[in-house]
Each structure stands twice: as C-alpha cells, then as structure tokens.
Design a protein around this ligand. Structure first.
Ligand code: SER
Length: 589
C-alpha cells in the first residue's frame, strides 16, 4: 500500500483512465438539473443516464470523472469511521464500448499496480443469479484470469445488483474489497458481513438492462460499464488511519473545531464527525452554482436538517458562539482548487450559514427544554407522532433531529405518526391556499403569487437598467424563492445587483395595485406588453397584468393584489445560466 495525498489520488485515477482512452469530464452539479425524481446527485452515473441509454456523448464512448455526490439515506450512520453524507466518487464509464473482461483487468491493474494492494489482500463479489438473470460466471472467470483464487471470489444476489431506485439502466455488479487479514468472524464470514474484516473500495457495474416502470427488465441496446470508487474511504485506507475524518480532507476543519470547542476529536468522536460531515455537505449544497438556501421543502429542507443536527452537536460540545461560517471557511479553502464554485459562492455560503445558525438559535434552547420534558414523561420508550410534530412545528426540530436526541436516551420516535401529522398539516395549508386562488399556475400558494409579481417587477427594472434587449428566458418559482433567467451577455457588478434590488424594493414600497385584464394577444402586444410569447397562450384570450407604469406583461398569473404585499426583496445570487443568459435567484422575506 502506498501513502498518498488527496491530490495524488485524484490524479492517479484520472491519469490511469485517460491512459486507457477515457475523456475526463467535470463533476456535474450536486443538484440535478431536469430530474424531478431525485433531490441530489447520488452517483457519477446519474447525470450520464441518457448516454447509458444510447444517446451519443460528446466525449466519446469512454468517460472518466470525479463526481460530487450526496446520499442522505444513511444520515443516521454518520458518526462511525467511514459514513459520509457527501463524498467524491471516482468513476469511469464504457458507453457501449468495452465490457466485463477489460474492466476487471483494469480494476485489478489499478488496485495492484497503482494503489499498491497485494493480490492476496483482495476479495471480490459477483452476482449469484436469480429467476430473471443468470449467475455472473463471466465476471468470476475474469477475476480468476487475474489470478484470484475461488476463496477470494464470493457470490451474492442482493449486494451484486445496481441501479437507481426509480429504475433506468441497471445490471449485475462486482464489488472489490480489501481483506484486513483479521480472522473470519465465523464460518459464513464474507465481504457482505460487517465484522470489519473487509472494506469495500470499488464497484464495477455491468449495465446491460433497463428496469422499466412495471419493474421488468429489458436488455439494453448497448452494454455499458459504470464504476465508482469512494475517494474518502480509499484515501483513509491507503493512509492507514481507516478513519475518513482523520484524512487531510478534514484536517483543517477538525483542528478548527478542536480550537473553538477546547475539546479533543479523539474524546468526542460522534459529535465531531456529525459536525464535520454535515457541514461539509452543507457547504457543497450552498456552494454549488445551482446552490439553494435552507428552507422547508426538498433540497432546502435536507440542508436545514443537516445544519440543525450540526448545530445541536455543537451545543453538545458546549460551543455557544456561532462558528459554522468559520468552519465553512476551512472546507472552502481545502476544496476550492478542485471546486472553484465554492470560492465563487463563498459570500452566499457564509451568509446563509450565519442566518440559519441565528434563526435556529432563537428556538433551540426553548425546544431543547421542551424535549427534556418530553423525554421525562415518555411512555413505553416511544415519542408519539403528535409530540414529534409539535417539536417540528413549534421549535423547528426536524424528525431526524428529534430521533437523534431520543436515541441518546434509548427512546424511539413514532415516524408513521409524525408523517401522518405532517401530511394532515400540509393538506390543511393546501386547502387554505386553494381557496385563495382558483385556477392559474400549478402552485397556488400566496407566496408563489408574490414571487410572480416580484418577477415582473424585476424583469421591468432590468430593462430599465440595461435596455430592451434584456428579455426573460425562463423562470422557476417555488413558495421559497424565485429563479429568473434573462438574456444578458456579462456578469452584473455587485453595484448593479444592489441597484436592481433597491429598484424592486422601491416599487414594492410604492404599494402599486396589480391590475389584471383579459385581451387578445394582438391587443396586448400592441399595448407594448412583454412576456414569453410561446404558443402556450390562447391568442384570443390572454391575461395582461399591469403594475402602474412600471410593468405590463402577459402571464397566466396568479399575482399579488398590490406590490405592497410582497415584503422585502433580496437577491441571493447573480450567475451564469448558459452562454449569454444570466440567472438571478432572489427571495421575498
Ligand atoms: N453506480 C455504482 C455505485 O454507485 C458504481 O459507480 O456504486
């Protein structure tokens, strides 16, 4: 085994696959674009699905990269030596090119020649077969060809099949493990057991099937290879620590946390690891070019949960000062040479962490007191769903947060009960919102209506500042924020961003009524109404929303009744969306 740095390991991987004819591609965003089925990019293959299904990749048939991934399904496992919610996956792909034999030979070569493992240290698993697909004798034979003995080759069904939860390309896989040399835990000891004898380092997936909506498998037109090696674990393994939080990736942040807490990592493993892991993930969510702030839905809520659990663990270390921004600086500095977006978005990361720490701090102490009371009176070792929901609704305690605190007292939480209360609450607020707005857009909340109006005002102000060539190219509104894409060929200066923000807030302050009229599209255009004139409108009858002399725009609505309803408008980000198109993310608060 060779000791190796983070930088060396990255290069070793990329250079090895480039020497085998692969094109290096950059890491995709951790927030998947155009994919409503997943919140985060969970594997390097995810952004490549269209190409695994047959579309031509501009980089050719052999691709390699190091992908930022987020997997929060085992958030509860974080605290041990190797689980992380964010990790980097070193990957390579054959898009209908080479297959099992070549890939297994390269895997063997990389593990033994580049990483320095001995043949005898390796153990592999192959697909055992089931009613639908045969045992993977081909993969096992390829491993034997490399000199592995039958005692090093194991077969499983469950652990040797890989695909995304929602279907798509999938197939049998072959996982590679390093045998620590410890004695077997029993006669059935295998890489699949968690006794610590084996550590998984790499997975070769042979994607030759498509899992359809009804769950059946169809052979794919092209046979693909998809492999992924966990960078953190490999780095920890090669450097002998075995603990990912002791690698150079966490050194600065871990030391900073020791400094601000006055406590040693070695004596406080679990809280340290949770803080280090969750904060790093938060920095990569906030620091992505598609980054989003903490909120109560989707990715924003995952982010909020991670941060709140980190904040509680800081309290456990008796850190009462607001330290998340300082810790985040360590993460940004470590990773910025590889992920320059973290530097670009530094101000946003720091500002959002500061805000969330302050916001949660307002309810945290009262909530923790309430939690103590709940734990003191808990019946049968279970916190009921209503109580867990009350902690969420009143004190902002995410379910996992309550579960974590409860688990420390050997108490469980009624998750189904919590979900039932949560859904009942959601249904109630939906009903309230639906009564307010009949018809119009898919999302009927009052907040979304406010964002629509803010979009019109901002669009008009942009044209006032930069002229009529600025035009809307897209918009996406949720009850938490607005995103607006417009044609403009350069970055706005910070002063211009501020000016735009001020102009929008001026219009809000003027409390101008928003008037809606129905016209034909021709009439609207003759009056100078702007808008995205796609064929989604019925030309005989369009709605025109007018805001005094500020804005006149064709739109489906709904809108606020008066600009005065909007609250304070704040721009979070101005960034590039694509060539000649800028993107602004903003909130009303
Ligand atoms: N997609 C496979 C995995 O995540 C290999 O990269 O394990």
């Amino acid at each position: 085994m060779n000791r190796i740095t983070y930088d060396e390991l990255r290069n070793l991987w990329l250079e090895f696959f480039k020497s085998k004819g692969h094109t290096q591609i950059p890491s995709a965003s951790v927030l998947p674009e155009n994919d409503a089925t997943v919140l985060f990019t969970t594997a390097g293959m995810q952004p490549l699905v269209p190409y695994l299904l047959g579309e031509k990749h501009p980089g050719g048939k052999r691709i390699t990269n190091i992908q930022k991934c987020i997997r929060t399904n085992d958030i509860a496992e974080v605290g041990d030596h190797c689980h992380c919610t964010f990790f980097e996956m070193m990957g390579n792909w054959s898009l209908g090119d080479y297959f099992k034999k070549e890939m297994i030979a390269w895997s063997f070569e990389f593990l033994t020649q580049k990483l320095g493992f001995k043949k005898e240290q390796l153990a592999v698993t192959c697909f055992a077969g089931n009613a639908n697909t045969p045992k993977d004798e081909e993969a096992a034979a390829a491993w034997r060809e490399q000199g592995l003995t039958d005692a090093q080759i194991f077969f499983t069904e469950k652990d040797n099949w890989w695909g995304l939860a929602d279907g798509g390309p999938c197939g049998p896989d072959s996982e590679m493990f390093i045998d620590s040399g410890k004695p077997a835990c029993g006669p059935n000891c295998s890489p699949s057991c968690n006794c610590g004898k084996y550590t998984e380092v790499w997975n070769d997936v042979f994607m030759q099937y498509l899992k359809t909506k009804d769950g059946s498998l169809k052979p794919l037109a092209q046979k693909n290879v998809d492999t992924g090696m966990g960078l953190e674990r490999t780095l920890a393994f090669l450097n002998g620590e075995g603990d990912v939080f002791m690698t150079e990736l966490f050194d600065d942040c871990r030391k900073k946390l020791e400094e601000v807490s006055g406590k040693a990592y070695a004596d406080n493993l679990v809280p340290f690891r949770k803080i280090l892991d969750h904060l790093r993930t938060a920095v990569f969510i906030l620091g992505d070019d598609r980054g989003i702030p903490p909120s109560n839905t989707d990715q924003g809520y995952v982010l909020r949960r991670l941060l709140r659990i980190a904040i509680r663990n800081l309290k456990k270390l008796e850190v009462n000062a607001f330290v998340l921004p300082q810790l985040a600086e360590c993460v940004i500095n470590k990773y910025k040479p590889y992920y320059p977006e973290l530097e670009r978005n530094r101000a946003f990361i720091v500002a959002e962490l500061e805000k969330e720490e302050q916001l949660f701090n307002r309810t945290l102490n009262a909530g923790l007191k309430e939690m103590d009371k709940v734990l003191a009176r808990v019946q049968g070792g279970v916190i009921d769903g209503q109580t867990a929901f009350h902690l969420y609704d009143t004190f902002g305690f995410p379910l996992e947060f309550t579960q974590e605190a409860a688990a420390e007292h050997n108490v469980k939480v009624d998750v189904d009960g919590f979900n039932a209360c949560y859904e009942a609450h959601q249904a109630l607020s939906r009903k309230g919102a639906e009564q307010k707005f009949k018809g119009g857009l898919a999302d009927h909340s009052e907040k979304s209506a406010h964002y629509h109006t803010a979009t019109h005002i901002m669009h008009a102000m942009l044209r006032q500042m930069f002229g009529d060539t600025v035009a809307q190219r897209g918009s996406n509104i949720t009850p938490e924020r607005m995103r607006f894409d417009f044609s403009f060929d350069r970055k706005m200066t910070p002063e211009e961003v501020k000016e735009l923000e001020n102009k929008v807030n001026d219009v809000i302050a003027q409390k101008i009524p928003v008037v809606c009229e129905e016209k034909t599209l021709a009439e609207a255009q003759a009056e100078g109404a702007i808008g995205l004139f796609t064929n989604k409108y019925d030309a005989e009858k369009v709605k025109v929303y007018t805001i005094g002399t500020v804005s006149k725009e064709v739109c489906g609505g709904p809108h606020a009744a008066n600009t005065g309803d909007l609250g304070h408008f704040r721009i979070l980000k101005e960034e590039s969306s694509s060539a000649g198109v800028r993107r602004i993310k903003a909130v009303l608060e």
